[in-house]
Design a binder for this molecule. Sequence first.
Ligand code: NDP
Length: 480
Amino acid sequence: MQQLKNFINGQYTLPVSNNWIDNYCPANGEVYGQIPNSSKDDVAQACRAAKNAFANWSQTTIEKRSRILLKISELLEKNLQRFAEAESTDNGKPISLAKTVDIPRAASNFRFFGNAITQFASESHESVGFNAINYTLRQPIGVVGCISPWNLPLYLFTWKIAPALAAGNCVVAKPSEVTPMTAYLLGELCNEAGLPKGVLNIVHGLGSTTGQAIVEHPDIKAISFTGGTATGAHIARVAAPMFKKLSLELGGKNPNIIFADCDYDDMLETTLRSSFANQGQICLCGSRIFVEQPIYNQFKTDFVARVKKLNVGHPAEATTDIGALVSKPHLEKVMQYVTIAKEEGGTLLCGGNKVLVKGFENGYYLEPTVIEVPTDECRVNQEEIFGPVVTLMPFTTENEALTMANKVKYGLSATLWTNNLKRTMRMSQQIQAGIVWINTWMLRDLRTPFGGVKSSGVGREGGFEALRFFTEAKNVCIKY
Ligand code: NDP
């Protein structure tokens, strides 16, 4: 059984308390490793290392920083198979997904920000009539905290770390306690790529202790967090008195609005993916499907038929479409929503049961589930389930669809399927979301701003937005 260690000051380090947490494999429900149950002392040690490294790293040339990030990206690509296997074992996601999406995307994050930093410029303003010129310095913040969730472990971990490092900060980062493995392996690659000691420190442990210690530590001046809305609100409360800079990427309950004039086959294929990719555990999944009345029955029949054909199985099998959910408590939470849906008068069109995968009967498998709901106000339509469960409802007018789409506390993403250009323009302006996809889903260009409105968070990641978050703007005014 592997015992993971913290990565502090470039070295794999035992936790001060010598306390450990079991790490479970979702595919078979067995403990297969242990991670440090890090305390405030471990976080303090990581902060000291980061603080010491900051003077040099912040003064390291952009070219050198860029070169190191590009090297990490290259090493990730070289180690694709090893990282994909680790991610799949740790998280329960199909190996095919880890290999084609998660790990390549983590490599892209380092490549993208390694390149973006070389193009990151600040503005200057000639104050005409005052004989003065203003320019803006974009300075690294210092030590920053990055806290990420379990659903896309390395993908989201590196989405924060790469821009933070590119901008010249030193980082104390915590991956989710349930998916620590690839973050653990990353330390080794950072050393190989020549990242100086202390620039990136990775501390494992529980959110309520290790995560909390990162948020509370006075040397950490900014927190980039992705996770649940309740945790985000808690972090905001803890960080507020210390005036820490915050980026919060939180939950979603995203609408997928389908009009009768869409390209039907393309829509059906993509809706299958946007509903169930990664077992529905992506914050961007379209978990509420609204279909225009004329094609509602046809869609219902075709969609359910396709969902029933999805193959739930062991994540390591190449034929698996739906792997295991991340943990037993999460599986139980998701299944609880199936019960709630039935109590609220929902009709289970397919799924809803645990799947016993032969030889792995203790794994956390659930059938992909489609529920026809009587009203958009029921709990399964309002609360984030974050599993392979989608709701289905018809609508008759554009306004009705828009009202239902916006009638949730979340506002992360939305998908529209239509070939009507004017409707596209109207609706994309009125939908309350940070991201709107038209006739596609999860097509990500890393230059674009990423984030949510309402309870889906504050701040934007992606492109120069991320580099702006990880720097302080300072105005310098020269009178001549
Ligand atoms: P959580 O909020 O439970 O946890 C996220 C991270 O925060 C974990 O590393 C967790 O540690 C840590 N954490 C928990 N409590 C604290 C605390 N008090 N102080 C500091 N850190 C803490 O989310 P999940 O891991 O369950 O992830 C799922 C959620 O993430 C969903 O709501 C999903 O929508 C959201 N998400 C949002 C995305 C976006 O971009 N908007 C993208 C992906 C997911 P530990 O795991 O050890 O408890």
